[in-house]
Design a protein around this ligand. Structure first.
Ligand code: F6R
Length: 609
């Protein structure tokens, strides 16, 4: 949470004010946090650091921050998601040392900051904010004052800091270098001939370069216009050349491309993203995963949020298709199964970003107990796939909207590909399902074209509601959980998902005239009982919305409105049915005047426990 950026270019190379570039980069990181913004650059004439920062979103504080008049060849920037200290001008980053000759931007948490701050204050350091970050420039200052060079001061500072963090620092005494360190929170370098970048995520600098180095835990160093220096706490200096990777993402992928919001663009991108996933899945990796799964004692699946819902879909497919039950849990709740983890088990960790700290911790806990791990992620070389025994990438392209959309559908496709391959190896005939799965890019495209207008209408209708239910049965339950999460997180409408049969055991008490209930009806054995549940809701004058299979006539009379979807195998249905749910939530948010790309209090990658 929080996005950091830094760039250093050779003198007179930049054709525009560095502030304008920093602003653009920060806009692309805004999904990580948006309660305050700031940047710092070295004014080469006056040989001093200039800091500009303010509470608010980038667009709201652009005038105050005066990006257009910031000229330099070196700058760092930050967009904040508050952890320590409320959103305010003082708590916004960058933070400086006492003499204002060091400025720092930081993402993550310094766990032992209270203790460190106490010591520094006793030595006479003056703190201006309530943040944990501010200890970093003061610690660096202490070491520099004792005669150390910035790189040595950085090394010593790292020995003291505890927590999960990534930060960047500039020093007036090293006018072309940006120093950095990474421990758990993500940090990547962008490499081009005359300018170097560092950022929390690749899209920030993609317009300049697609040559990247993904930093690993315990690495620190500096970038200058013509040099990259990386050292590891444990392994000393690193050979930088071996670490450069060229990524296939294009700058356009990280732009809105004419859509009003990233979320809408990413919903529309799903057919393409699914196609990419299907085409690029690596059979060798799939086979390795399958081998682990079919030879395992127990299967554990873990993730957070939307990825957890994808995990529940996989859980359902594993048991219903293969009779292989799995234990699926929310990553932060790993303690429940900790004693059960053991040699011969397999763990599947699903994370779009590959950096979610709860999922990373769950993975480490499994590994500690000898569990073999399979990571499903969208971000190459991020922490979770890097630490897992087998890494499988969804390759959905960058997802900038905070609400997960294309990454959910591509995660399910990836998981189903693995499960279907396992089924084949266990002698099941899954040819028909597989051929339907391969058609999801086409089917999803048709669904978007045919139903977007209706979804807009339903979204508008739901925008007046205070609360809603999402009901289904079987594999439709995790699908409903995902639909409810989307409505909750971007439209701020309370929404709950329940197995439809369970609604009678309590939740139905909330239903009064016009209470919205969204039903997902799949082509499965639950059809009759689900119709019964719809009738129960209708009898209480609920506003019933149905996502139903095409040619399903009997249920229509009990629905106030419906979207009729292609007849597909229920195991694959979540990939298609979730699309109208995403669109409904999107249009409900827009009708209520909210920005779906930046839901309040949320950040795209959650790197704090
Ligand atoms: C919801 C959403 C979050 C993420 C969750 C896990 O729309 O985006 O619930 O799914 O924070 O993130 P990853 O998949 O990056 O581990």
């Amino acid at each position: 949470m929080c996005g950091i950026i830094g760039l250093t270019a050779i003198e007179n190379y930049l054709r525009e004010p560095i502030g304008s570039i920093i602003r653009r980069c920060l806009k692309r990181l805004e999904y990580r946090g948006y309660d305050s913004v700031g940047y710092a650059y070295i004014d080469k004439q006056k040989l001093k650091i200039v800091v500009k920062k303010a509470k608010g979103k980038i667009d709201d504080v652009t005038r105050i921050l005066d990006f257009k008049n910031a000229y330099s060849n070196i700058a760092i920037g930050h967009t904040r998601w508050a952890t320590h200290g409320k959103p305010s001008n003082e708590n916004a980053h960058p933070h400086t040392d006492c003499s204002e000759s060091i400025a720092v931007v930081h993402n993550g948490i310094i766990q032992n900051y209270m203790e460190l701050k106490g010591k520094l204050v006793r030595k006479g350091h003056v703190f201006k904010s309530e943040t944990d970050t501010e200890v970093i420039p003061h610690l660096l200052e202490e070491y520099v004052k004792s005669g150390m060079k910035p790189i040595d001061a950085l090394r010593e500072t790292l020995k003291i800091l505890k927590g999960a963090f990534a930060f960047a620092a500039i020093f007036t005494q090293e006018r072309n270098k940006i120093f950095f360190a990474k421990m758990t929170s993500p940090l990547v370098l962008g490499i081009s001939n005359k300018v170097k970048f560092l950022a929390s995520d690749i899209p920030a600098f993609l317009e300049f370069t697609n040559r990247v180095i993904i930093l690993r835990d315990g690495e620190f160093g500096y970038i200058s216009p013509q040099e990259v220096y990386i050292e590891s706490i444990d392994r000393g200096a690193i050979n930088v050349r071996n670490r450069i990777r060229v990524i296939s993402w294009t700058p356009q992928m990280a732009m809105k491309g004419g859509y009003p919001h990233f979320m809408l663009k990413e919903i529309h991108e799903q057919p393409l993203a699914m196609q990419r996933t299907l085409q690029s899945l690596n059979i060798k990796e799939i086979l390795e995963a399958v081998d682990l799964i079919i030879n395992s004692n127990k299967i554990f699946i873990t993730a957070c949020g939307t990825s957890y819902h994808a995990g529940l879909v996989a859980d359902y497919a594993l048991s219903s298709l293969l009779g292989l039950p799995s234990f699926t849990f929310i990553a932060s709740e790993y303690l429940k199964y900790f004693k059960a983890f053991g040699d011969g088990d397999v763990g599947i960790i699903i994370s779009q970003s590959g950096e979610t700290i709860d999922s990373l911790i769950a993975l480490r806990k499994m590994k500690e107990k000898g569990v073999k791990t399979i990571a499903i992620s969208n971000v190459i070389d991020s922490a979770i796939p890097r630490e897992a025994d087998v890494a499988i990438y969804t390759r959905a392209g960058p997802e900038i909207g905070v609400a997960a959309t294309k990454t959910f559908t591509t995660q399910i496709i990836t998981l189903l590909k693995i499960i279907l391959q396992a089924a084949k190896q266990l002698g099941e005939d899954v040819e028909k399902i597989e051929s339907e799965l391969n058609k999801t890019p086409k089917i999803s495209g048709r669904v978007i074209r045919a139903h977007e207008a209706k979804c807009r209408e339903i979204g508008r209708r739901l925008s007046d509601a205070k609360s809603a239910f999402y009901l289904s049965r079987g594999i439709g339950v995790p699908l409903s959980m995902e639909g409810a999460l989307k409505l909750k997180e971007i439209a701020y409408i309370h929404a709950e998902a329940y197995p439809a049969g369970e609604s009678k055991h309590g939740p139905i008490a909330l239903v009064e005239p016009n209470f919205p209930v969204v039903f997902s009806m799949l082509l499965d054995e639950y059809r009759e009982s689900l119709i019964g549940n719809i009738m129960e809701m209708k009898a209480r004058e609920a506003y019933t919305v149905g996502l139903i299979p095409r040619n399903e006539r009997q249920v229509i009379e009990h629905l106030d409105t419906y979207i009729s979807l292609p007849n597909i195998n229920p195991l694959i249905a979540p990939v298609i049915y979730v699309i109208p749910m995403q669109l409904i939530a999107y249009y409900a948010a827009v009708s209520r005047g909210y920005d779906p790309d930046k839901p309040r209090n949320l950040a795209k990658t959650v790197t704090v426990e």
